[in-house]
Design a protein around this ligand. Sequence first.
Ligand code: HEC
Length: 186
Amino acid sequence: MSAMRQSVRTVGLGVLMASAVAGVLWLASGTSVRAQAPAPVADPQDIAEGMTIFRTKADCQTCHGWAADGRKMDTQMPDAPNLRASRLGRAGIIYAIKCGRPGRGMPAFDRMAYKDASRCNGTTTADLEKNNLALNDPAATLQPREIEMLADFLFAKVIGKGPMDTKAKCTEYWGGEAQDVCNELK
Ligand code: HEC
Protein backbone atom coordinates (compact mmCIF):
# COMPACT_ATOMS: atom_id res chain seq x y z
CA MET A 1 0.00 0.00 0.00
CA SER A 2 2.73 2.42 0.96
CA ALA A 3 4.77 1.33 -2.07
CA MET A 4 1.81 2.12 -4.30
CA ARG A 5 1.33 5.54 -2.75
CA GLN A 6 5.01 6.10 -3.27
CA SER A 7 4.78 5.28 -6.96
CA VAL A 8 1.68 7.43 -7.40
CA ARG A 9 3.60 10.29 -5.88
CA THR A 10 6.55 9.62 -8.21
CA VAL A 11 4.28 9.48 -11.24
CA GLY A 12 2.62 12.69 -10.08
CA LEU A 13 5.99 14.39 -9.85
CA GLY A 14 6.93 13.03 -13.25
CA VAL A 15 3.78 14.46 -14.81
CA LEU A 16 4.46 17.78 -13.13
CA MET A 17 8.02 17.86 -14.44
CA ALA A 18 6.96 16.76 -17.91
CA SER A 19 4.38 19.51 -18.10
CA ALA A 20 6.95 22.04 -16.88
CA VAL A 21 9.33 20.94 -19.66
CA ALA A 22 6.48 21.04 -22.17
CA GLY A 23 5.63 24.52 -20.96
CA VAL A 24 9.19 25.69 -21.57
CA LEU A 25 9.19 24.05 -25.01
CA TRP A 26 5.83 25.67 -25.77
CA LEU A 27 7.20 29.06 -24.77
CA ALA A 28 10.30 28.51 -26.89
CA SER A 29 8.27 27.42 -29.93
CA GLY A 30 5.94 30.35 -29.38
CA THR A 31 8.91 32.70 -29.61
CA SER A 32 10.21 31.18 -32.82
CA VAL A 33 6.76 31.14 -34.40
CA ARG A 34 6.39 34.82 -33.62
CA ALA A 35 9.81 35.58 -35.10
CA GLN A 36 8.82 33.90 -38.39
CA ALA A 37 5.34 35.34 -38.65
CA PRO A 38 4.83 38.01 -41.33
CA ALA A 39 5.11 41.59 -40.14
CA PRO A 40 1.82 42.82 -38.70
CA VAL A 41 -0.26 45.02 -40.97
CA ALA A 42 1.08 48.54 -40.71
CA ASP A 43 -0.91 51.41 -39.26
CA PRO A 44 -2.63 53.33 -42.11
CA GLN A 45 -1.37 56.56 -40.57
CA ASP A 46 2.24 55.31 -40.70
CA ILE A 47 1.75 54.27 -44.34
CA ALA A 48 0.43 57.74 -45.20
CA GLU A 49 3.26 59.41 -43.27
CA GLY A 50 5.79 57.21 -45.10
CA MET A 51 4.34 58.29 -48.43
CA THR A 52 4.64 61.94 -47.43
CA ILE A 53 8.28 61.44 -46.43
CA PHE A 54 8.89 59.71 -49.79
CA ARG A 55 7.50 62.69 -51.70
CA THR A 56 8.67 65.61 -49.58
CA LYS A 57 11.26 65.44 -46.80
CA ALA A 58 13.43 62.65 -48.25
CA ASP A 59 12.49 63.44 -51.87
CA CYS A 60 12.87 59.83 -52.94
CA GLN A 61 10.55 60.61 -55.85
CA THR A 62 13.09 62.85 -57.52
CA CYS A 63 15.00 59.70 -58.53
CA HIS A 64 12.49 56.85 -58.10
CA GLY A 65 9.42 58.73 -59.39
CA TRP A 66 6.17 59.56 -57.57
CA ALA A 67 4.91 56.01 -58.12
CA ALA A 68 8.33 54.60 -57.12
CA ASP A 69 8.42 52.87 -60.50
CA GLY A 70 11.68 54.39 -61.68
CA ARG A 71 10.16 57.17 -63.79
CA LYS A 72 12.18 59.93 -62.16
CA MET A 73 10.81 63.42 -61.62
CA ASP A 74 14.12 65.17 -62.32
CA THR A 75 16.03 64.18 -65.46
CA GLN A 76 19.27 65.45 -63.88
CA MET A 77 19.06 62.76 -61.22
CA PRO A 78 20.58 59.29 -61.44
CA ASP A 79 18.45 56.52 -62.97
CA ALA A 80 16.91 54.77 -60.02
CA PRO A 81 15.29 51.35 -60.12
CA ASN A 82 11.59 50.54 -60.10
CA LEU A 83 10.95 49.77 -56.44
CA ARG A 84 7.71 47.98 -57.42
CA ALA A 85 9.93 45.18 -58.72
CA SER A 86 12.28 45.09 -55.73
CA ARG A 87 12.91 41.66 -54.30
CA LEU A 88 14.30 42.94 -51.03
CA GLY A 89 12.70 42.02 -47.71
CA ARG A 90 12.01 44.55 -44.99
CA ALA A 91 15.52 44.39 -43.50
CA GLY A 92 17.05 44.84 -46.96
CA ILE A 93 14.84 47.84 -47.74
CA ILE A 94 15.70 49.47 -44.43
CA TYR A 95 19.41 48.84 -44.95
CA ALA A 96 19.25 50.34 -48.47
CA ILE A 97 17.61 53.50 -47.10
CA LYS A 98 19.94 53.84 -44.09
CA CYS A 99 23.21 53.07 -45.86
CA GLY A 100 22.40 53.90 -49.48
CA ARG A 101 24.42 52.34 -52.29
CA PRO A 102 27.87 53.96 -52.30
CA GLY A 103 29.13 54.52 -55.83
CA ARG A 104 25.71 53.75 -57.32
CA GLY A 105 23.71 56.94 -56.82
CA MET A 106 21.53 55.94 -53.89
CA PRO A 107 22.08 58.32 -50.90
CA ALA A 108 22.39 57.13 -47.28
CA PHE A 109 19.62 58.55 -45.10
CA ASP A 110 20.94 57.54 -41.67
CA ARG A 111 22.71 60.55 -40.17
CA MET A 112 25.43 58.28 -38.75
CA ALA A 113 25.86 56.07 -41.83
CA TYR A 114 29.59 55.31 -42.36
CA LYS A 115 30.48 57.74 -39.55
CA ASP A 116 29.56 55.13 -36.95
CA ALA A 117 31.00 51.92 -38.40
CA SER A 118 28.35 49.78 -36.69
CA ARG A 119 25.60 51.29 -38.86
CA CYS A 120 26.58 49.93 -42.27
CA ASN A 121 28.22 46.52 -41.94
CA GLY A 122 31.41 47.93 -40.42
CA THR A 123 32.12 50.16 -43.42
CA THR A 124 33.42 53.67 -42.72
CA THR A 125 33.76 56.88 -44.72
CA ALA A 126 37.50 56.10 -44.94
CA ASP A 127 36.71 52.71 -46.55
CA LEU A 128 34.46 54.41 -49.10
CA GLU A 129 37.14 56.97 -49.96
CA LYS A 130 39.80 54.27 -50.28
CA ASN A 131 37.58 52.44 -52.77
CA ASN A 132 36.57 55.61 -54.62
CA LEU A 133 32.91 55.11 -53.78
CA ALA A 134 31.07 58.43 -53.81
CA LEU A 135 27.96 58.78 -51.71
CA ASN A 136 25.16 61.07 -52.89
CA ASP A 137 23.88 63.57 -50.33
CA PRO A 138 20.33 62.91 -49.13
CA ALA A 139 17.73 65.70 -49.20
CA ALA A 140 17.47 65.18 -45.42
CA THR A 141 18.61 62.59 -42.94
CA LEU A 142 15.88 60.45 -41.38
CA GLN A 143 15.16 59.06 -37.93
CA PRO A 144 14.85 55.24 -37.59
CA ARG A 145 11.11 55.71 -37.02
CA GLU A 146 10.78 57.63 -40.31
CA ILE A 147 12.65 54.89 -42.14
CA GLU A 148 10.26 52.30 -40.64
CA MET A 149 7.32 54.34 -41.94
CA LEU A 150 8.93 54.52 -45.40
CA ALA A 151 9.20 50.71 -45.33
CA ASP A 152 5.55 50.48 -44.21
CA PHE A 153 4.56 52.65 -47.17
CA LEU A 154 6.70 50.74 -49.67
CA PHE A 155 5.37 47.33 -48.60
CA ALA A 156 1.76 48.52 -48.46
CA LYS A 157 1.66 50.47 -51.71
CA VAL A 158 4.67 49.80 -53.92
CA ILE A 159 6.60 46.55 -53.64
CA GLY A 160 4.94 43.74 -55.55
CA LYS A 161 1.94 45.92 -56.43
CA GLY A 162 2.55 45.82 -60.19
CA PRO A 163 2.88 48.80 -62.54
CA MET A 164 1.10 52.11 -61.95
CA ASP A 165 -1.04 51.76 -65.04
CA THR A 166 -4.65 52.65 -64.36
CA LYS A 167 -6.47 55.72 -63.15
CA ALA A 168 -8.23 53.64 -60.47
CA LYS A 169 -4.93 52.32 -59.12
CA CYS A 170 -3.49 55.82 -59.17
CA THR A 171 -6.42 57.33 -57.27
CA GLU A 172 -6.24 54.53 -54.71
CA TYR A 173 -2.47 55.14 -54.35
CA TRP A 174 -3.17 58.77 -53.48
CA GLY A 175 -5.65 57.73 -50.83
CA GLY A 176 -8.77 58.31 -52.93
CA GLU A 177 -7.94 61.92 -53.78
CA ALA A 178 -8.23 62.86 -57.44
CA GLN A 179 -4.79 63.83 -58.75
CA ASP A 180 -3.78 65.43 -62.04
CA VAL A 181 -1.13 62.76 -62.59
CA CYS A 182 -3.88 60.12 -62.56
CA ASN A 183 -5.65 61.78 -65.49
CA GLU A 184 -2.77 60.75 -67.74
CA LEU A 185 -3.70 57.13 -67.16
CA LYS A 186 -6.50 55.15 -68.75
C1 HEC B 1 19.74 60.67 -55.90
C2 HEC B 1 18.81 59.66 -56.39
C3 HEC B 1 18.11 58.78 -55.38
C4 HEC B 1 17.36 59.19 -54.31
C5 HEC B 1 17.05 60.61 -53.83
C6 HEC B 1 16.88 57.98 -53.70
N1 HEC B 1 17.32 56.88 -54.37
FE1 HEC B 1 16.93 54.94 -53.90
N2 HEC B 1 18.19 54.34 -55.37
C7 HEC B 1 18.81 55.16 -56.27
C8 HEC B 1 19.62 54.36 -57.18
C9 HEC B 1 20.45 54.89 -58.35
C10 HEC B 1 19.47 53.02 -56.74
C11 HEC B 1 20.13 51.78 -57.37
C12 HEC B 1 21.46 51.55 -56.68
C13 HEC B 1 22.12 50.30 -57.20
O1 HEC B 1 22.38 50.22 -58.39
O2 HEC B 1 22.35 49.40 -56.39
C14 HEC B 1 18.56 53.05 -55.60
C15 HEC B 1 18.18 51.94 -54.90
C16 HEC B 1 17.21 51.93 -53.92
C17 HEC B 1 16.73 50.75 -53.23
C18 HEC B 1 17.20 49.32 -53.45
C19 HEC B 1 16.26 48.64 -54.40
C20 HEC B 1 16.63 47.21 -54.66
O3 HEC B 1 15.71 46.41 -54.94
O4 HEC B 1 17.83 46.85 -54.59
C21 HEC B 1 15.76 51.16 -52.37
C22 HEC B 1 14.93 50.31 -51.45
C23 HEC B 1 15.66 52.59 -52.50
N3 HEC B 1 16.55 53.02 -53.44
C24 HEC B 1 14.76 53.37 -51.80
C25 HEC B 1 14.83 54.75 -51.74
C26 HEC B 1 14.08 55.56 -50.82
C27 HEC B 1 13.00 55.03 -49.88
C28 HEC B 1 14.48 56.84 -51.00
C29 HEC B 1 14.10 58.04 -50.19
C30 HEC B 1 14.29 57.91 -48.74
C31 HEC B 1 15.45 56.83 -52.07
N4 HEC B 1 15.64 55.55 -52.49
C32 HEC B 1 16.07 57.96 -52.57
C33 HEC B 1 18.71 56.54 -56.34
C34 HEC B 1 18.08 57.34 -55.42
